[in-house]
Design a protein. Sequence first.
Length: 362
Amino acid sequence: MVNNDIHNAPTFILYGAGNTGRDVMALLRRKGKDVAFFLDAKAQPGMQVEGCPVYAPASIPPGKRQPELPVIVCIFNRDVDVLVIVEMLRAQGWRSVITFIEFHARHADSLGDRFWLSSPDVYERDSDRIAAVGQLWADEKSRIIYRDMLSSRRSGRLDGMPCPGSGEVQYFPSDVEGWLEDLPLRFVDCGAYDGDTLRAVAALGIHVEGYAAFEPDMDNFRRLCEAGKNLLEPGTRMHLWPCGVSSHAELVTFACGLGESSHVATGGVGASIPCVGLDEVLRGFRPNMIKMDIEGAEPQALTGAKELLVENRPRLAISIYHCPDHLWTIPLAVAGLKCDYNFYLRVHGYNLFDVVLYAVPR
């Protein structure tokens, strides 16, 4: 773990001037600490964040470089290997570099849960269920990923954290036994975004017999309609729904306009959108594959698809990184349906993002 002297320093430098960096600066200021400046690879001359200057790592003005100040790498997303940034900063002479994950472990109560990131205490409280899921995995790769993920989450360290496999296509892994055996696809795409998964299907040359997609953000939905028209063969059974997926038909508050991150909102801030349960709207569709990447609403969507799953036993690709306990509660929920699945775990993004549970009927 990080030396306490780093956390107790009076002044910090923050790498990354996005939302995470701004949140860290706000917390440090509330605690009476100072941020000397931001470092950001996309910094422009004269750029500031709330009065704090932002410099490119190679363009720090003379006299501003203070290698004794600790640097917090405020990057927390799927696209950036944070360890590469840490190594770069150390090579440039910064003596103390910590990651946002390490910082969050110390300030979890103030920063709150963020996707899978939570207080380390959650793993002690749910130790029995975590252990039970450890017995579900069908291959050694899944067992190693699960073990290493839990180790990184508990320790707040990135060392040994699983990284995405080179060349692997999310939702269509090449090393999950039986994943593409039942073709053509009758595919249910929950959280279809702008048709990105459909484009992956087309690029892989997979024949689609039926496609049912759900996307509540209207900007995304318009692009999804265009993708469906251009990518699916004439005569393909296609149902596109401009709504979300939940346990039953209901209206929910939704944060729109955020691209692939549009999501059900809390606190009543956002637009009202309809949601449906898959059991309510897909009778007779007979899916053989269901994907869910719906920004944390996966448990409710599974509840609303129980009949569909029991009757058809489709392969499942379920995102399990949006909330801290989804890593174990979602596999247990699927196992509880007693559909006789083999379970696999794969990582498709950096920093434990895009973690997917694959369930394949035996």
